[in-house]
Design a protein around this ligand. Structure first.
Ligand code: MRU
Length: 371
């Protein structure tokens, strides 16, 4: 997507130096646009853990490039040392964040593909090809999600006789959370680009404010009309009939259709059900966990530092500052994600089309994952 009129992906190889990966460091958005250069798997692990990059698809693509950097680091070692280094690199990357399944999906794909290498050069070439493939596929799949989601928005626009369609989204499942286009935002961009009148309600998404900081910024860069609201305002708008459709992303969806997404998603799904508002989840198949059946029992929910809840951070006099918004002595808990059970979900928008959030319907779109 575009920043200041120029096309960017969120992660790419440095054009004149194949040993360097560049990425948008999201910690400074929307106030500063910073590009970070990453030269080692260690540095990539830090970028994922400390959320310079975040969002399911981008975490997967970053892990893919992290494995490529690991392969470069040990390219000239013998097969045994190479394999040892790659196993360690995989463990280091896997330990960064627990909830988005794209992380382990990308690492497994790298380990499988590089196993075929016979020489050091082949190992590196395979790791590079796989990393590029993961990134390209992510962008392509999000583009397809846009096309399928556009059909849904068109239907709603028709029933509203082409009056503005109001979409609510939570957190950032935008292009910043992927390599390009985004999952929840891809249908929004497609609808906006096709001239459909559309307005997006953006929930701020405490404690890290991915909605107000990232989603609002990227929609603004693309010229999509939007309004930021406090998380707690979403139910009020739904009750008043101000929301036609909700589209969110996911960090991990079980093959039975339970959806883990940023904390607060479950409450929005409950309010949507109570108010009869369609609630869609947009996802590339790399976010489906084909091993997990019961989302509530099995999906690991990340808990982050209590400081993120006790502070609010923002821009003041040209610098990023944090201010205390809770008593120093009060304990705080910081759950990063929640699970929305399949019963609350109207449908899943994938790169292969829209399906219901249940095992039969998901498998009918992805028959290669038959048990
Ligand atoms: O903690 P984050 O920012 O990595 O969380 C991920 C998210 O942005 C959301 O949960 C998103 O809606 C799904 S990821 C495409």
């Amino acid at each position: 997507m575009k920043v200041g009129g120029k096309h960017f992906r969120t992660i790419w190889r440095k054009p004149d130096d194949e040993r360097v990966v560049q990425l948008i460091d999201q910690r400074f958005l929307p106030h500063q646009f910073v590009i970070e250069e990453v030269r080692s798997v260690e540095q990539m692990a830090t970028a994922i853990r400390e959320m310079h990059v975040r969002g399911a698809g981008l975490i997967g693509a970053s892990a893919g490039y992290g494995m490529y950097l690991a392969a470069l680091e040990t390219a000239s070692a013998g097969r045994d040392s190479f394999d040892k280094h790659m196993t360690l690199a995989a463990a280091r990357l896997r330990a960064t964040r627990p909830t988005a399944v794209n992380l382990s999906w990308a690492i497994e794909r790298q380990l499988q593909n590089i196993a075929a290498g016979k020489t050091a050069d082949q190992n590196v070439a395979l790791a590079l090809r796989t990393a590029d493939l993961i990134a390209d596929e992510d962008a392509e799949h999000c583009g397809m999600i846009g096309k399928h989601g556009l059909a849904l928005i068109r239907q709603i626009a028709k029933t509203k006789r082409n009056k503005t369609v109001n979409v609510l989204t939570h957190c950032n499942a935008g292009w910043l959370a992927f390599v390009d286009y985004g999952s929840a935002t891809a249908p929004i961009y497609a609808a906006h680009d096709s001239g459909l009148p559309l307005h997006v309600w953006v929930t701020e998404t405490r404690p890290r404010n991915q909605g107000s900081k990232l989603t609002a910024w990227e929609l603004g860069q693309h010229g999509v009309p939007h309004t930021v609201i406090a998380d707690s305002a979403a139910g009020h708008l739904m009750q008043r009939g101000d929301i036609d459709l909700i589209i969110v992303g996911t960090d991990r969806t079980t093959y039975t259709g339970d959806v883990a997404n940023k904390i607060g998603t479950y409450l929005k799904a409950l309010a949507a059900k109570a108010n009869d508002i369609p609630f869609y989840v947009a996802l590339p198949s790399s976010s489906i966990d084909w091993k997990m059946r019961d989302g509530l029992k099995e999906i690991p929910i990340e808990q982050r530092s209590a400081e993120e809840v006790k502070n609010a951070d923002g821009w003041c006099d040209g610098q990023q500052i944090a201010v205390r918004i809770a008593p120093d002595e009060s304990p705080a808990a910081n759950y990063g994600f929640d699970v929305t059970p399949r019963e609350l979900i109207t449908g899943l928008i994938t790169e292969r089309g829209v399906c219901e959030a249940n095992e039969r319907s998901i498998r009918s779109l992805f028959p290669e994952h038959a048990p």
